[in-house]
Write a protein of this length. Structure first.
Length: 345
């Protein structure tokens, strides 16, 4: 009789908006007890998932499954880097960026079926100022929006885009010196994002072409934009056309050094943190093992979801009318054209 595969499920009971009381029962029903020995652990404080995962890796547990949002996934994953213990994901957060990139189903039972198949592959991860990230990290407006999103009373794509539109009109760009293998360049930018995976979460694609297999990150630089640019930038995030926007500059690199005038906020997988003026980012190639979807295909757009989200947002454009009053008529025209495009997806 072959040895059973050992899996520990780490459940964050307060992440996202889903009740997780039924998840232990679902695990018992979906996971094959003939192949797997399962253990379920609940977190009770910030950082607890990282502690549990580290202990599991030291004990040689075969896989640790993060049941929660992007923060829980980051905690678990950073304790499993450069070990033989694989990361599994049951997405229960508001964004679920890494799960969406890897085509892990948002439905809990379907995600458990992926764990049950236990296909494991090696992937890259990133490091910003010695802090691991698995989807994206960033600074400037990117980190500022992470702060605003974390403070928001509600979650989801509409909240994210509202913050982009409202706060983007007020935010003052900074000057950054960015150095990679080719030399140093100066940019006046609203944000600099470094993407190991393609999206922030909520199907907002900051780097649609990013892959976690190439040993490089996609560096995305957003130049200053006006009120008239904001709706199109927001739409490009969801339409996988961000790189086509004239305000966006992109390149790929294994590592970069960034200097700004003052200390400030950064984010790693959406979690904001204050740090020094100098920032170092690099990619660790094939540094983490992840349970993947063996039937994964490139994820498709969700036209009805997008149309509803943007319709809701732009029908309530009065929320930002004070900032964009002079360009109101032109923006309404842009919105109508954009919604027409979305309806054809």
């Amino acid at each position: 009789m072959s040895k059973k595969i050992r899996i520990t499920f780490i459940i964050n009971p307060i992440s996202g908006n889903q009740n997780k009381d039924d998840i232990p029962r679902m695990i018992a029903e979906e996971i094959d007890s003939k192949r797997f020995d399962t253990d379920i652990r609940m977190t009770d404080h910030k950082g607890h998932a990282a502690e549990i995962a580290k202990q599991c890796a030291s004990e040689g547990i075969d896989a640790v499954v993060a049941v929660g949002g992007d923060g829980t996934v980051n905690e678990v994953a950073r304790s499993l880097t450069h070990t033989q213990t694989a990361l599994g994901i049951i997405p229960c957060g508001s964004g679920n960026g890494l799960a969406r990139h890897l085509c892990i189903p948002m439905n809990i039972r379907k995600a458990l079926k992926i764990i049950n198949q236990c296909q494991i592959e090696e992937f890259d991860y990133g490091v910003i100022n010695d802090i691991p990230f698995f989807c994206t990290c960033g600074m400037g407006f990117d980190a500022f929006i992470s702060l605003k999103f974390a403070e928001a009373g509600k979650r989801g794509p509409i909240t994210y885009v509202e913050n982009v539109l409202k706060e983007g009109l007020k935010y003052k760009p900074e000057t950054y010196e960015v150095e990679d293998e080719t030399g140093a360049k100066r940019y006046k930018a609203f944000l600099i994002a470094c993407a190991n995976a393609s999206q922030y979460g909520n199907n907002a694609y900051i780097a649609p072409g990013a892959t976690m297999k190439d040993g490089e990150m996609d560096v995305v630089i957003m130049e200053p934009f006006t009120a008239l640019d904001a709706p199109q930038i927001a739409a490009d995030l969801f339409m996988k056309t961000f790189g086509n926007n004239s305000k966006i500059k992109t390149f790929r690199a294994k590592q970069i050094q960034i200097h700004r005038k003052e200390p400030g906020a950064i984010h790693f997988d959406g979690d904001p943190l204050m740090t020094d003026a100098d920032i170092s980012v690099h990619i660790e190639h094939n540094g983490i093992r992840i349970v993947t979807n063996p039937e994964a295909i490139e994820d498709a757009s969700q036209p009805n979801f997008l149309l509803n989200a943007f319709s809701d947002l732009f029908n309530n454009i009065n929320n930002v009318r004070e900032d964009i009053e002079k360009g109101g008529r032109r923006i309404q025209v842009i919105n109508k054209l954009m919604l027409r495009k979305l309806s054809k997806l």
